[in-house]
Design a binder for this molecule. Structure first.
Ligand SMILES: Nc1ncnc2c1ncn2[C@@H]1O[C@H](COP(=O)(O)OP(=O)(O)OP(=O)(O)O)[C@@H](O)[C@H]1O
Ligand SMILES: [Mg+2]
Length: 363
């Protein structure tokens, strides 16, 4: 029964919502100082049970530090971290019950694949027979059944990555922490492993916190994304919302490509632009057509601008144009359809912008 369906069931529905959607991890005003540098600054963040949350940000923005604070490898300078509602301030890392894949996936080089997976189970005092069964099952799950006796150095990067994931999953901890889990892999393998991580998440339903600086990976994997900048949260949202409605210039440029419409040629009325913001449009939202005799007239919904094509690049199913408008260069992306006109450098074109596609982001 859904909340609100029947007024007498409301309290019950509320209890249900609390059970199914509790916060498993909570940062409360957490700061981590290294000397004078705040690697993480007054971070407050809740992660729901079963959620896949990605921390995205440029190098040095505090992503690994946030994860290491949660794992208990470093302690906060101030603030509190809670797991399942309880402060873990005095809980050492080995008692925090989390599976971890480190930035450099850190397999034990002197142990076979089988022993690498067995190690966390042994630490928990599991009997040898059960350990072997579990390891065999997990190796099969990550498609490495035949590789148990190999040493890590005898595996490819992708295989090592899968061992690292398997080792993080095997102890059946409720929380999984991944630090750049696919950083060392080439593009194809990375995409394949993204699928693998997604399907493991569906299957095991663990609360997963994943750190990356790869925006595509973040968009593909996550329920929510936290964008970090200089130790602080810049924005937190579902992938689509973050891409479609970035609140700051930093988020707009970090997640995908953004055109900032600051040139007068774009005809943005000053009073349409809230104080402290600049107008922005995504490249795939701009329509490019031939400019025949003259520009179409603007309407309430649309505006038309002329520009000169600077370059055109084929990118698989997409064309990417750079178009000069006044003193700016606008990026336009379009899907290639059969029989569609292509423009080349020097062509004068008409650009069509839907006013509702223009976002105003904090500068
Ligand atoms: N042990 C340390 N001692 C001193 N400064 C540190 C230490 N660890 C991290 N820092 C600093 O804290 C800041 C955040 O580092 P962190 O490793 O969290 O960044 P990151 O977002 O994970 O970066 P990357 O994408 O490069 O892995 C950086 O300025 C870094 O130099
Ligand atoms: Mg890092």
């Amino acid at each position: 029964m859904f909340a609100g369906e029947n007024s007498s069931s409301l309290p019950e529905a509320k209890v249900l919502a609390e059970i199914t959607d509790p916060l498993q991890v909570e940062f409360r005003n957490v700061t981590k100082l290294y000397g004078a540098v705040a690697a993480v600054k007054d971070l407050s963040l809740g992660v729901h049970q079963g959620e896949f949350l990605t921390i995205l940000g440029p190098s040095g923005s505090g992503k690994t530090t946030a994860l290491m604070l949660l794992a208990g490898f470093v302690g906060p300078s101030s603030g509190d971290i809670r797991i399942s509602g309880k402060s873990v301030a005095s809980v050492p890392s080995y008692h925090r019950d989390q599976g971890i894949v480190f930035q450099s996936y850190a397999l034990f080089p002197h142990l076979s694949v089988h022993r690498n997976l067995e190690f966390p189970l042994e630490m928990r005092g599991m009997k040898a027979g059960e350990r072997s069964t579990r390891v065999a099952r997990m190796l099969e799950r990550v498609h490495l059944k035949e590789f148990g006796d190999r040493m890590p150095s005898q595996l490819s990067g992708g295989q090592q990555q899968r061992v690292a994931l398997a080792r993080a999953l095997i102890a059946d901890s409720p929380i999984l922490l991944l630090d750049e889990p696919l950083g060392a892999l080439d593009r194809n393998l990375r995409e394949q492993m993204q699928g693998e991580i997604k399907s493991l998440h569906r299957e095991f339903g663990k609360t997963t916190i994943c750190v990356t600086h790869d925006q595509e990976e973040a968009l593909t994997l996550s329920d929510r994304i936290v964008v970090m900048r200089a130790g602080q949260i810049e924005q937190i949202d579902a992938p689509e919302a973050l891409y479609d409605r970035p609140t700051t210039r930093f988020v707009a440029s970090f997640l995908g490509e953004a055109n900032f419409l600051t040139d007068r040629e774009f005809k943005i009325e000053p009073n349409a632009c809230p104080a402290g913001t600049i107008p922005m449009i995504r490249p795939e939202r701009v329509r490019i057509t031939p400019l025949t005799s003259r520009l179409q007239s603007d309407t309430d919904e649309r505006q038309f601008i002329s520009g000169a094509v600077v370059s055109m690049i084929y990118a698989g199913p997409l064309r990417k144009y750079e178009v000069r408008v006044g003193s700016s260069v606008l990026i336009v992306r379009e899907h290639v359809a059969a029989g569609q006109q292509t423009f080349g450098p020097g062509d004068i074109v008409q650009l069509e912008l839907l006013r509702s596609d223009i976002r105003f982001v904090a500068n």
